[in-house]
Design a protein around this ligand. Sequence first.
Ligand SMILES: O=P(O)(O)OC[C@H]1O[C@](O)(COP(=O)(O)O)[C@@H](O)[C@@H]1O
Ligand SMILES: [Mg+2]
Ligand SMILES: [Mg+2]
Length: 294
Amino acid sequence: MSTDHDHATAGHPVVDAVFTEVARIAPEVRESLLGRRTYEEGENPSGEQQLEADVYADELFEEALLALDGVGSYASEEREGLVEADDTSDDDYHCALDPLDGSSNVKPNNVMGTIVAVYDEPLPAGGDALVAAGFVLYGPLTTMVATCDGQVSEYTVVDGERRVSDTDLSLPDDPVVYGFGGRVPEWTDDFAGYVGLVEDELKLRYGGAMIGDVSQVLTYGGIFGYPMLRHHQQGKLRLLFEGLPVAAIIEAAGGRSSDGERSLLEKTPAELHERTPVFVGNEEYVERLELALE
Ligand SMILES: O=P(O)(O)OC[C@H]1O[C@](O)(COP(=O)(O)O)[C@@H](O)[C@@H]1O
Ligand SMILES: [Mg+2]
Ligand SMILES: [Mg+2]
């Protein structure tokens, strides 16, 4: 029997409205890729090239989410500062998005995502203020995963609507896959040693879009990571837009997250675009990683 709480976001009206809007826009984002595969002149605040598709998706989400009652501000990987809603109150939620995750995959037509994080404190906020998180995966199908109140649901997105396919997603007990970002000569010796052990046990899956790789881990079990690099101690991924939401999903699905020392959910960024090493996956593999990096 269907109830109000038969999927992760259903008991929280503002959060549910955010995810309903994200699902509504997802097909539009997908269609917008046609003709928007070229690079913009500028860079995003992290110094990365922006595709026309990055900018377009960002504008679609900004407009739709700020129009919702109860959403007080919007921040994204593609813009320097926050955008505030016209009417705000202390009870508002605050949305942080990676509008297109893995956008360098647009050109070769590979998998991409949209990541959404909903915080109950003004941004930048930390894991203690994260009330819900989710992602859209633009693969052969458009699917969505969302977590709220410790429950993780999966949906297929059809004609802009979420259809529940699983209300209790959890990591499989027998891990199968791993994927780590960054060029190998840039890895630290400790991390390279750990990878040597992992590759004896698991199969490599790395697609260049975190959401695609995280979905592999959610489905088959294992570990995904983007480590600290010799010349970039904080790695590549951003805590507010990428690390925290993915950590919330994987931890709610029974796994663990880490920056190499502690759960990502214990962290609070000092500024919107702060980066962090990111590791998410089955407990056993994240624990062994932390021991290897000690
Ligand atoms: O090209 P690399 O260094 O392997 O980096 C890939 C990583 O960078 C990202 O593409 C960064 O995300 P954006 O495309 O949103 O900037 C991740 O999705 C992915 O895991
Ligand atoms: Mg990203
Ligand atoms: Mg992005």
